[in-house]
Design a protein. Sequence first.
Length: 186
Amino acid sequence: MKNDKQMSKLLSLLLRHSPETAHLNMDKEGWVSIDELCTNLRLYKGINIDIETIHYIVKTNDKQRFRISECGKKIRANQGHSVSVNLGFEAKVPPEILYHGTTERFVSSIMGNGIKAMSRQYVHLSSTEETAITVGRRRGKPVVLKVDTRKMCEDGYKFYLSENKVWLTDFVPKEYINKEQIVWYV
């Protein structure tokens, strides 16, 4: 069996982006049967995993990317989907400022076109600058952008808070990004 980190990455791939690679039946809210997940990982990927291990991975995942249903028989990703799912988010009022972690190679495009969801359903924003640094660092030298979410809300934009405390919105137009407070990290 793969280690927990590798398994968490595989679960992210299957539950956020490509359930079809393991022939998973995902419902419109992103839920997949844990029994089916275990069976199909064995059949189509040659990976033996049991329900207890899935529960352990969900419980110990440092980013809290997954959620087990109330009945304990289904699993889904909390956010970050590129497949269309309805996670049932209700609009929430975010803090006045949220942060977006990126890398230096994307700053020019963002400043010209805004922050787009790209292949995901939503733009991901962080409550803290530290989290945004971590997000940006995954793909290179991090850059943190401050987003005026108070003004966005006043202008009618909607925000949602995922189970693992990631703020989500459809799009951040460039005029809501504070150009004077872009923070570049080395």
